[in-house]
Design a protein around this ligand. Structure first.
Ligand code: SF4
Ligand code: SF4
Length: 477
């Protein structure tokens, strides 16, 4: 993805261009200049990570989607693991993990999430790339914006909006595809057989994506995003963020051909290229600001200017404020907040790992009938009714036998309803009603513990089993 470099423009051209680029105060749309550079490449690489969002739903594992958040069935299938509502406590640990990870990254390196990974930034970057390809440089785009509607403008705008609409539609379909069979979804949408929920979701995504990424774009990061407001408390003078080297750059001043520079002139030649490429219209030379999403594009721009005027690169660079001011920087491991964050991260991650490793593929739940608690049979035996719920979290069906654990000390116990093996369907709960009968004379207590046991063997010979305690209730003794 090669984009134009300032190397191809003369310094005079850059000065002329600089007039057009203003600092963002929210009154005009920012038309950032696009150019190549290592941070630009990094941004493209991080944009491509979002392909997982588009491709992910089409991956299959066995007869099912590899990752499927099946809300109607209240089951989440993630690469062969089935999570049910009772497993969702792990989600709180996972959310805690990502929240703290975001805080750690922000404390150490500022808003890199915003600059490289946030969907708002990524979609805006793609939308403005399309705009740049169709409408040209920022100067041409501004001109087109002000020009009256004519055939040429209608055609170019129609092309742009069509591409934006298609990306927004694909975004909506991709989002929905994580919650239903992805292949069937396409068929249902285009044969008009999808549910109203699907069409509403698509409508919201199309409108939201085009509005936020196409029209509102950088103003979202600048004025609307709450994360921009809270980052201030996470960043300190040791955070490594894009910074302008004031001592080296000031006093800034333009280079004029044939005119000597003054003695106090710094390396900043006031070309405004750092502002021109900034997607949020920030002038980084004014210090760290809420609007800076820390994408590093101003570093690329300034480096290319420095190369042009034969000065060392790095007038704008990733550095801490302490570093810029020449102070000794505190080592990472001596910062208390690093230890606090790391401890929370480890706790959250341990919670998720413990949850995943302790999950049983086959689970048994037992519900004892309440109405009536027991029935006295004509032959003098006491009968209790139970509903056994066999939860098969695997992605294959399995036949299970039901028994009462041998540890139970019931003489003459009979189970009815469990003579044959039961097929526990994969990824769902299979309910079975059984009756347990015990001769009255063999009951020693009004309520005695009883342990139910299920066991099944798959085609590979792996044995799966689960136990669950319940009670057997009889009349008062
Ligand atoms: S100031 Fe630099 S790092 Fe910050 S948003 Fe603008 S281009 Fe990106
Ligand atoms: S900081 Fe660099 S890019 Fe920005 S005006 Fe100065 S020389 Fe130009």
């Amino acid at each position: 993805m090669s984009e134009k470099s300032t190397q191809e423009q003369s310094l005079e051209d850059l000065y002329a261009e600089a007039q057009e680029h203003t600092i963002n105060v929210g009154d005009v749309k920012i038309h950032a200049k696009r150019m190549g550079g290592k941070f630009r490449n990094l941004k493209w690489a991080s944009n491509f990570l979002w392909l997982i969002f588009f491709i992910g739903p089409y991956l299959r594992l066995g007869d099912r989607q590899a990752v499927l958040f099946d809300i109607p069935a209240r089951q989440f299938h993630i690469f062969g693991i089935t999570l049910l509502p009772q497993d969702l406590w792990m989600l709180s640990f996972l959310l805690l993990f990502f929240a703290i990870l975001l805080a750690v990254v922000t404390a150490l390196a500022g808003r890199v999430w915003c600059g490289y990974f946030c969907f708002q930034t990524v979609w805006t970057d793609v939308f403005t790339w399309i705009e740049d390809k169709l409408e040209g440089t920022p100067a041409k785009r501004r001109k087109l914006e002000k020009s009256p509607w004519n055939a040429a403008k209608i055609i170019v705008r129609a092309k742009k909006y069509t591409l934006w609409f298609l990306i927004a539609l694909l975004t909506g379909i991709s989002f929905t595809a994580w919650f239903t069979d992805a292949y069937q979804l396409w068929v249902d949408i285009f044969t008009l057989n999808a549910s109203s929920t699907v069409y509403t979701t698509l409508l919201l995504f199309v409108v939201g994506t085009v509005f936020l990424a196409g029209f509102l774009r950088e103003q979202t990061c600048f004025w609307l995003c709450p994360y921009a407001r809270i980052q201030a408390v996470m960043i300190d003078d040791t955070s490594i963020v894009p910074s302008y080297d004031v001592s080296r750059g000031e006093t800034r001043g333009r280079l004029v051909k044939g005119k000597p520079t003054s003695d106090d002139q710094g390396d900043c030649v006031d070309c405004n290229q750092c502002v021109a490429v900034c997607p949020t219209g920030v002038d980084i030379r004014g210090g760290q600001q809420e609007g800076c999403i820390m994408c590093g594009l101003c570093i690329d721009a300034c480096d290319s200017v420095m190369e042009k005027i034969n000065k060392p690169i790095g007038l704008i660079k990733y550095a801490s404020w302490d570093g810029i001011m020449g102070k000794k920087e505190k080592p990472l491991l001596k910062r208390p907040r690093v230890w606090v964050y790391t401890t929370i991260l480890v706790i959250a991650l341990s919670g998720v790992i413990t949850g995943l490793t302790s999950m049983e593929p086959l689970e048994l739940k037992v519900l004892h009938a309440r109405q009536p608690l027991f029935v006295v049979q004509s032959d003098g035996t006491i009968q209790n009714r139970y509903t056994l719920k066999v939860l098969n979290k695997m992605n294959k069906d399995i036949n299970v036998s039901i028994s009462v654990d041998k540890a139970n000390d019931f003489q003459g116990l009979i189970i009815k309803g469990a003579e044959k093996e039961v097929t526990a369907t994969h990824g769902t709960v299979t309910a079975v009603t059984i009756f347990v009968k015990v001769p009255r004379k063999n009951l020693t207590e009004k309520s005695q513990d009883i342990i139910f046991h299920i066991e099944g063997t798959d085609a590979l010979g792996t044995v799966y089993q689960s136990d669950r305690n319940s009670v057997f209730i009889g009349p008062k003794r």
